[in-house]
Write a protein that binds this ligand. Structure first.
Ligand SMILES: *Cc1c(COP(=O)(O)O)cnc(C)c1O
Length: 349
């Protein structure tokens, strides 16, 4: 029988013992307009942005919490989900000592961040249906394996991961399980955020970069237990989400109907593109996708990639990823982009 999960045992000792930076805005939180603020060495002349941003992003977090139906004290925001992922490494993995498990083919940043933080990587490839091998994962875990990264829907394959497999991993893995839900808004599946209360070892990441059309502002979201959120707050750069980002995100999140409309269009285009791609003679397989991209197997990925570039179409060549030999990844574009892709594919056939 597995021991009950105790987050305290996973926090790096230096993170536990360090005293977090206390910003001027942390020490004095009142925002009354008639106060004279001479505490943060800001420039007193109003530019609209001469004051530091809210370090806890209370307004934005509350809005996201309401939209996503997650209690606000279970929400953490970062400068893109890449920052959130980096902070997770730094909070829970001891350099040169601990390891994490990743399931290739998957998002490249997990490996980059592991290398940056000097954390050993254990790779257990997804099977040929791009599903995790639960037994192999649980068997290969050791006491230094701190985090398992799951990406659902997975990049670059586009598929979701079977719910019963994720549940078995959440129960069986003796460590933190990060579920990267960057593409969750393109699936019919529920976010695992609805089951946060059941799993103290669960961390979910999402982003405004894909479905919300805000890759340029860099806003990543994390949901986890209050204990985990507290640790991330301890170690984050004090003003990690800038004021322009907080404002733009709040503004766009007022109009979720507009966002939903774009998501619906992208999903309709995905469906249409799947049916059209099946008529291209050198496309051998279009993998089922629940994301805003399609992984396709072609006769010769390097050749077709070059030919598409010459036609002015830039796609991603994933041929060197495990189980992705001769695979290209096409992001779903506007209807016009997709027509151009198809016409280029027909011309090089
Ligand atoms: C695009 C993507 C992200 C986005 O990261 P941001 O830093 O929030 O832009 C995260 N995870 C996966 C799997 C992605 O494909």
């Amino acid at each position: 029988m597995k021991k009950p999960f105790d987050i305290q045992q996973f926090i790096r000792p230096n993170v536990l013992s360090m005293k977090p930076y206390a910003s001027a805005r942390d020490e004095f939180k009142d925002h009354q307009a008639d106060l004279v603020f001479l505490d943060a060495n800001e420039n007193p002349y109003d530019t609209g942005y001469n004051r530091y941003p809210d370090p806890q992003q209370i307004d934005l977090k509350s809005r996201i919490a309401a939209i996503k139906n997650v209690p606000v004290n279970h929400v953490f925001l970062g400068n893109g989900s890449d920052e959130v992922l980096d902070l997770i490494f730094r909070a829970f993995c001891e350099p040169q000592k601990d390891e994490v498990m990743i399931l290739p083919p998957t998002y490249g940043m997990y490996e980059v961040l592991a290398n940056l933080n000097a954390i050993h990587i254990l790779k257990v490839d997804l099977d040929t249906d791009f599903q995790p091998n639960v037994d192999a994962i649980l068997k290969q875990q050791s006491s230094s394996t701190k985090i398992l990264f799951l990406c659902a829907p997975n990049n670059p394959t586009g598929n979701s991961i079977d719910e019963d497999k994720i549940e078995a991993l959440l129960h069986g893995f003796n460590g933190l399980v990060v579920i990267d839900e960057a593409y969750i808004d393109f699936t019919t599946k529920d976010s695992w955020s609805v089951r946060l209360q059941e799993f103290p070892n669960l961390i979910i990441t999402q982003t405004l970069s894909k479905a919300y059309g805000l890759a340029g502002i860099r806003l990543g979201i994390c949901y986890a237990s209050e204990a985990i959120i507290r640790i991330l707050n301890r170690i984050k750069p004090p003003y990690n989400v800038n004021m322009l980002t907080q404002e733009k995100a709040l503004e766009d999140l007022k109009q979720t109907a507009i966002i939903d409309e774009k998501i619906t269009k992208i999903i309709a285009q995905r469906r249409w593109l799947v049916s059209e791609l099946e008529n291209i003679c050198f496309i051998e397989k279009v993998f089922p996708s629940e994301a805003n991209f399609l992984l396709v197997k072609v006769d010769n990925a390097d050749k077709r990639y070059e030919q598409l570039i010459n036609k002015g179409i830039v796609v991603r060549n994933r041929t060197n990823q495990p189980n992705c030999y001769n695979c290209l990844r096409f992001t779903i574009g506007t209807p016009m982009d997709n027509i151009k892709l198809l016409s280029a594919l027909k011309q090089i056939s």
